[in-house]
Design a protein around this ligand. Structure first.
Ligand code: ZN
Length: 567
């Protein structure tokens, strides 16, 4: 039987304890909360559209050093969900960067209706900051991204982002001495993560170059000019995207040729997918809709790390890399396609290459790696119907028609001013002209739309404060910005899409779990491996990074530092 003497602390023990404390203090590391924990580089990786279950689904295909390294050596959150309703790219990225909701950071969707201008606005467009040209004669690529297609100008900047990012706080903390960069296959995913004080570069679907705008630079740094001069994308002219392994080695080996997948004008529905000639207006887009898009993003990021000397001193630097090809592939082929499995498996190799490079240049022990995604992805309604789950596509015209019919009952002709999923904007002047209670009209339209086949709930903004019982309401409320959000938020039923099949086939953007569920993994530095199954949220990511570095959370952050990472 043990006696209490074994727990007694005598003078000898106190001496040892004091020595340990002195040694710790001399080492400059009293506690994690008061230091930057030896972190020289924060590497924030976002995989666009990497739904929360895809790492499990494809794990057998992973090699060493990529996703497997993170899954085995990192703190892995298996149950992380966005809390906003409109699960789109700019919304998710800005939430990761700022630690707050769209209601605060203002990025309520990839596009929204600009009530003052009377037209759609693309999130980060800025006419005052045009893109810096990389070539004398730029070919113009055909834009197939439905959100970017709505952009009124070629200028880009973070001016409309209303909250500070982690990077903004890092700059302030270290007196502007931290180097802060965002790189991505997409403009909005680079700009949002670079924040207001960092610098952003993104892939151009016109040229295959990595570009920036006059918000960040007056002229390109030499190393960027040199990288672009190599015209690496063009090296894939006439080539194809082929499977990394034999089709029989894939879980979804039988899911290649499905009639509801989209063909990007000759890119085809089955492997191999030909990129076409360099002068094809869709060439650079097809490169992005393949593992090559991620490989080029890595190659450019390596040059950035090298020439900007990231992580080479004791002032922590920040690099965000957002890989866009998984999402691009999802949109054309769906998340349950052979293409999806191959692009994730090939990204695994790209990540292994990235981590190996970081280990050589900065050292993984000096790097805090955070991996997450900006949203998940829905399986296509045609696929779900084939399996026996009834789903479909809602035609925007029919939604507008139904709302306008309700308006007529109140004596208003064409009460809908604008509809772009998920928001319906009503015509305030017309409602005012008939001298009716505005909320009465709004509620009548929302009720009629809720009865519509394929719509789960149409939420009138005037009801947001009263409809407490439905959990969907909280997601819509988090998505509501006072001047940018519309009057009625339309939530489709699970697996229904709020758009017709066009150049792209599949979509995210709903408040359902397949769109909110994303991986969150912390790895490197002093992180001890752990699997965490409790529910956490992407708003927690920025406050956690800040806490590890001993900093205050970003100014508008509503999330909390994750305790498993801080222990
Ligand atoms: Zn996205």
């Amino acid at each position: 039987m043990k006696t209490k003497t074994s727990l007694r602390i005598d003078n000898r023990h106190i001496g040892v304890i004091i020595l340990v404390i002195v040694a710790l203090l001399a080492n400059g590391k009293p506690t994690r909360a008061q230091t930057n924990d030896g972190v020289k580089l924060v590497l924030q990786i976002t995989v666009d559209g990497l739904r929360g279950d895809l790492l499990n689904r494809y794990e057998d295909g992973f090699g060493k050093g990529g996703f497997r390294l993170l899954m085995e050596k990192g703190i892995v959150y298996t149950n992380a969900h966005y809390q906003h309703a409109n699960t789109e790219t700019i919304v998710g990225h800005t939430t990761l960067a700022t630690g707050t909701f769209p209601s605060q950071h203002g990025m309520i969707g990839n596009v929204w209706f600009d009530r003052e201008a009377g037209e759609l606005a693309y999130n980060i467009e800025d006419p005052d900051h045009p893109i810096l040209a990389t070539r004398e004669n730029e070919s113009i690529g055909e834009q197939v991204d439905p959100a970017q297609k709505k952009s009124r100008t070629q200028g880009r900047s973070p001016a409309v982002i209303l909250a500070p990012t982690f990077g903004d706080g890092l700059a302030a903390y270290y007196g502007g001495r931290s180097k802060i960069f965002g790189v991505s296959g997409k403009d909005r995913s680079a700009v949002s993560m670079a924040g207001h004080v960092g610098k952003a570069f993104w892939y151009s679907i016109n040229t295959g170059d990595f570009v920036t705008s006059t918000y960040y630079y007056e002229v390109y740094p030499d190393w960027v000019g040199n990288w672009n001069a190599q015209r690496k994308a063009e090296g894939y002219g006439g080539k194809s995207w082929s499977l990394l392994n034999d089709a029989s080695n894939y879980l979804l080996g039988g899911q290649d040729d499905r009639p509801y997948e989209a063909d990007l004008k000759g890119y085809g529905r089955v492997f191999p997918h030909p990129f076409g000639p360099v002068n094809d207006t869709l060439f650079a887009t097809r490169i992005l809709v393949s593992p090559i898009g991620d490989q080029l993003t890595l190659d450019f990021s390596k040059a950035l790390i090298q020439y900007e000397q990231l992580g080479q001193d004791d002032i922590p630097d920040y690099l965000s890399i957002s890989f866009s090809s998984v999402d691009a592939v999802n949109h054309f082929f769906g998340p349950s396609s052979l293409e999806n499995e191959d692009v994730v498996v090939q990204l695994d190799r790209t990540l292994a290459d990235l981590f190996s490079f970081i280990d050589k240049t900065v050292g993984l022990k000096h790097t805090l790696v955070v991996l997450a995604a900006d949203h998940g992805m829905a399986d296509m309604p045609e696929y779900m119907t084939e399996l026996g789950f009834e789903a479909g596509r809602l035609q925007p015209d029919e939604i507008v028609k139904t709302a306008n019919e309700v308006g007529k009952r109140f004596g208003i002709d064409e009460v809908v001013r604008f509809f772009y999923r998920p928001y319906l904007y009503l015509d305030d002047e017309k409602i005012a002209a008939v001298k009716l209670d505005r909320t009465k009209v709004e509620h009548a339209i929302a009720d009629a739309l809720t009865d519509f086949d394929g719509i789960a709930l149409a939420v009138a903004s005037s009801r947001l404060s009263t409809q407490h019982t439905n959990p969907l309401i909280a997601q819509v409320r988090n998505n509501t910005h006072v001047s940018r959000s519309g009057d009625i938020y339309i939530i489709q039923e699970p697996y229904w899409f709020l758009f017709d099949k066009g150049p792209i086939a599949a979509m995210h953007g709903s408040p359902w779990r397949y769109d909110t569920h994303v991986p969150i993994i912390f790895f490197g530095s002093a992180i001890q491996p752990k699997m965490v199954h409790r529910r956490v949220h992407p708003v927690d990511v920025a406050p956690t990074i800040a806490a590890i570095l001993g900093m205050t959370p970003p100014g508008s952050a509503e999330g909390s530092a994750l305790e498993e990472v801080l222990r």
